[in-house]
Design a protein around this ligand. Structure first.
Ligand SMILES: Cc1cc2nc3c(=O)[nH]c(=O)nc-3n(C[C@H](O)[C@H](O)[C@H](O)COP(=O)(O)OP(=O)(O)OC[C@H]3O[C@@H](n4cnc5c(N)ncnc54)[C@H](O)[C@@H]3O)c2cc1C
Length: 223
């Protein structure tokens, strides 16, 4: 299977980078064809701009409708967007590896969602969820969070478990575009856990990745 890892961290010695490297190692070791979109390394732009399109409709500029227009013109997007679209079209599994920032992901990854999961490419009118244009592909979030386990409880400081804060991405973005979505892997208390705790988290992730395709644990699966 072609596996795309969309990786969003600015430091190669980070724990997030270690999770990304582990995913490359485990899935590559299983014989999958793994490629990485290193968003900081590529200098990927997080901002949706008019120059994302080679040509526009010429009328009132509506980013979503320009996306659809460009899709019809054989992908008339800027080269950085086209390169990412080609990668997701070829991928059977897309892993998103990043830290949790403000109950979400860093802007550079949010920008990837905004610019790459384009109308006409990833979804369209009436082509959402089980009819989404990326149907047949799998996706999973692999995230590092600073907050500890007791914060991430409905009765904890954050008043939510990780899956609740990630609902806008898992459901409103990935499942919306047609992806079958694996339960996320969220490493909590990454700074406070100490080396022993972090090594255990990497072992837990290794186990998840080894069994990901043979025994998937679905959060959303479009029948
Ligand atoms: C803008 C912003 C918003 C944030 N919002 C939130 C939020 O909403 N919720 C929340 O919970 N947190 C939040 N945080 C905290 C953030 O989630 C953590 O800082 C982040 O998850 C830490 O992950 P990292 O990969 O950057 O860790 P790093 O700091 O890079 O690494 C943590 C430790 O792991 C060590 N390490 C690296 N590789 C390995 C390895 N192979 N084995 C063992 N140890 C290793 C590193 O040396 C370091 O000591 C926020 C942070 C920022 C900057």
């Amino acid at each position: 299977m072609n596996v795309l890892i969309v990786y969003a961290h600015n430091e190669p010695t980070s724990f997030t980078s270690a999770m990304k490297n582990l995913a490359v190692q485990v899935l590559g070791g299983q014989g999958h064809n793994v490629s990485v979109s290193d968003l900081y390394g590529q200098g990927f732009s997080a901002t949706a701009q008019k120059w994302d399109f080679i040509t526009t409709t010429g009328g009132h500029f509506n980013y979503m409708l320009e996306q659809k227009h460009a899709a019809k013109l054989d992908l008339a997007y800027s080269p950085d967007i086209i390169a990412e679209i080609q990668k997701i079209k070829e991928a059977g599994l897309v892993l998103f590896v990043a830290p949790v920032w403000w109950f979400s992901v860093p802007a550079i990854l949010k920008g990837w969602f905004d610019r790459v999961l384009a109308m006409g490419v990833a979804w369209d009118s009436g082509r959402i969820y089980e009819n989404g244009l990326l149907r047949g592909r799998q996706a999973m979030l692999i995230l590092a969070a600073g907050g500890p386990q007791d914060y991430y409880q409905e009765n904890g400081r954050h008043e939510a478990v990780p899956q609740q804060i990630l609902h806008p991405i898992n459901h409103g973005t990935l499942a919306f575009c047609g992806f079958d979505v694996h339960e996320p892997f969220v490493a909590l208390n990454v700074l406070g856990a100490g080396d022993v705790g972090r090594v255990q988290m990497l072992k837990d992730l290794e186990y998840r990745l080894q069994n990901l395709l043979s025994s998937p644990n679905w959060l959303v699966h479009h029948d």
